[in-house]
Structure formats: C-alpha cells, structure tokens
Design a binder for this molecule. Structure first.
Ligand code: COA
Length: 297
C-alpha cells in the first residue's frame, strides 16, 4: 500500500531526486543531479517555506517510491514544483497522490505554480495537461566541459565594479524585464562566487554584460544572464563576454562543467553557445498555472 507522508527526511528526498533526475524521462529542470548539492539547496538555500514543510514522500513497505514538493517565493507569489518524481510501475497513481497532497499545502501567498519537466518526462507533461497548465515556453539546457571549451580573445571584457552598477541594473532590466532576478537583486548578491563581466566603452557606457555563478563546493558553475544592447550586436562582443565568463568559472579547480538555460527559440544564442563548446543536455517545457483559490485545481 502507498503511504504519503509529510515532513520527510531531507536526506531521503535528496537521494531519491538525485537518483531519478539524471534520467531524461524523470528530469525536472529546477533540481540538480548531485545528491550533496540537492541536499544543500533543500537545507540551506530553499524558498520562503522550509523544504521539510513543503515536501511529501510516497512510500511502499517503507521504501521511498515518490517525492514532490514546492519552492515558494512569497514576494513574487510563485512556487516551483519539484516533481512529482515517481519510481514505480503505476507511476500515474502515485504522482496524482503526491500532486494532490502538495497542492493542498501551497499557502494563500502563492498565486501561480509552475512545472519544468524535460520533454521526455511524459508523466509530468501529462500532469500539466490534465491540470490545465499553460505551456509558457520551451527551454534548452546546455553544458560546456573544461575540455570542450574553445577559448577566444576577450581582452575587451572586464569584471564590473561598483561605479558600473547603475548602468548594469538598467541594462539588465531592459534586456530581461521579467526574470527571476532584478538588476538590483543581482548587484546586491554579488560575491566571490558570483560575478559580472562587461565591456565599458570610451564614454563609460556599458554595451554588454554577463552574470555568472560558481558553486566550487559542488564542482559546478552557471551562466545566469548574458546580454548585449541591440545596437552593438553582431560585432563579437557576446562571444568575448561568454568566453570571459567561462574562463573565470574554469579558474576554480573543482569546476569541470558549466550549465545554462536558454529559450529554445533563441537560435542565435544557442549557435553562439555551441561555437564555444556547449552541447544540448535537456529540452524542457515551462508550464504555469494560476491557482483557483476556491480550491478547485
Ligand atoms: C545573444 C547575444 C548576447 C549575442 O551577442 P552578440 O554580441 O550579438 O554576439 P556575437 O556578435 O559574438 O555573435 C553574434 C553573431 O555575430 C557574428 N559576428 C561576430 N563578430 C562579427 C563581426 N566582427 N562581423 C560580422 N559578424 C560578426 C557571429 O558570428 C554571430 O553570427 P550568427 O548569429 O550567425 O551565429 C545578444 O544577441 C543578446 O543580447 N540577445 C538578447 C539576450 C539574450 O538572448 N541572451 C542570451 C540568452 S540568456
């Protein structure tokens, strides 16, 4: 018999997600693949509701067969659904039970929930369709290894410092007006492991920037944002920015691989990524749904 339990041990949740998330047919783009990294995110870097409160596990004869939870952002009124992950023959039944339990716990501060399955994850794609989620965008995750990185000259690109931050905030908000991070939040969070590179012209204008995050403790790095102002595109600046970001990430001895996510119809950016050594790892769909607060979901 299947039991759905709240307040699971986060180590069990992390171990289960880590085992399933490397397979295309179980993959959810919000979650990592390495157990220690997932555990650390759940324990220390989760949303506004602690992971222990927001996750459910499904067990059968004390064996974990499914996991689902949500990462809530109260200020934006959004929650990302981690899962459902199910490893069992009748996955549909377990995924429905997990989904129903999870959705009931979503607080009133949240208006919108989202799912982010790999297109091969038919169980979650099907769940999105059955529960009338909107298919908002198609996304592609690419990775570049230290070995495949093709270096190019990037002498025109420098690490940005506080005197550039106003221009940076303006450019970021112009190019990515609806992103998960505003320009001000990006600048406020800069640290030894998250940095911004840019090209500053002779009039102190900032025509392009790249924001990158390193997680040396987990051997990973990511390109989070990357943009060039329209008038200056197609002159090689994007290529130099990307090369600089990768070069910096690969100075961390533990970092062997860099990941990024881009809209699948952004063929220009994907061509650029591939030229510098990135390969496509996942093709995903971003689904969103506005919750019906009368309880009919
Ligand atoms: C993606 C983006 C950053 C690329 O920046 P860019 O400065 O135009 O990039 P580059 O100039 O290096 O390369 C773009 C093209 O110009 C070409 N190019 C580069 N230098 C050139 C030169 N000197 N003369 C002629 N063409 C040149 C490149 O070969 C490339 O051609 P392609 O599109 O046919 O593959 C930019 O288009 C952008 O800001 N887009 C909006 C935000 C975005 O999509 N960001 C990425 C996803 S997060």
């Amino acid at each position: 018999m299947i039991k759905i339990q709240r307040h699971p041990k986060l180590a069990d949740v992390a171990a289960f997600i880590s085992r399933l998330n490397s397979n295309l047919e179980h993959h959810i783009g919000y979650c990592g693949k390495k157990m220690d990294e997932i555990f650390n995110t759940l324990e220390e870097d989760f949303g506004d509701i602690p992971a222990r409160e927001s996750f459910f596990i499904a067990t059968e004869s004390d064996k974990v067969v499914g996991v689902c939870g949500f990462d809530a952002d109260n200020e934006r009124g959004k929650a990302e659904i981690w899962g459902p992950f199910v490893d069992r023959a009748d996955a549909l039944k377990v995924s429905n039970l997990l989904w129903e339990s999870t959705i009931k716990e979503i607080p009133n501060t949240i208006q919108t929930v989202s799912l982010f399955p790999d297109n091969h994850n038919l169980m979650v794609v099907d769940l999105a369709n059955r529960y009338s989620f909107d298919s908002v965008s198609k996304e592609t995750i690419l990775t570049c290894s230290k070995q495949s990185f093709r270096r190019v000259n990037n002498d025109n690109v420098i690490p940005l410092i506080s005197e550039h931050y106003n221009s940076l905030i303006k450019l970021h908000n112009q190019i990515f007006p609806n992103s998960y991070l505003t320009g001000t939040e990006m600048v406020d969070g800069l640290s030894e492991t998250s940095t911004v590179f840019g090209a500053v012209d002779e009039h102190s204008n900032l025509p392009g920037y790249l924001y990158t995050e390193a997680e040396p403790e987990f051997g990973e790095g990511s390109i989070e944002f990357f943009g060039v102002t329209p008038l200056v595109r197609n002159k090689g600046l994007g290529t130099s920015l990307l090369a600089k970001g990768l070069e910096w990430l690969f100075t961390f001895p533990s970092i062997e691989e860099v990941t990024l996510c881009v809209q699948s119809d952004n063929s220009k950016a994907i061509r650029l990524y591939k030229r510098l050594g990135f390969q496509i790892e996942h093709q995903l769909t971003f689904f969103e749904k506005t919750l019906d607060k009368s309880g009919v979901n």
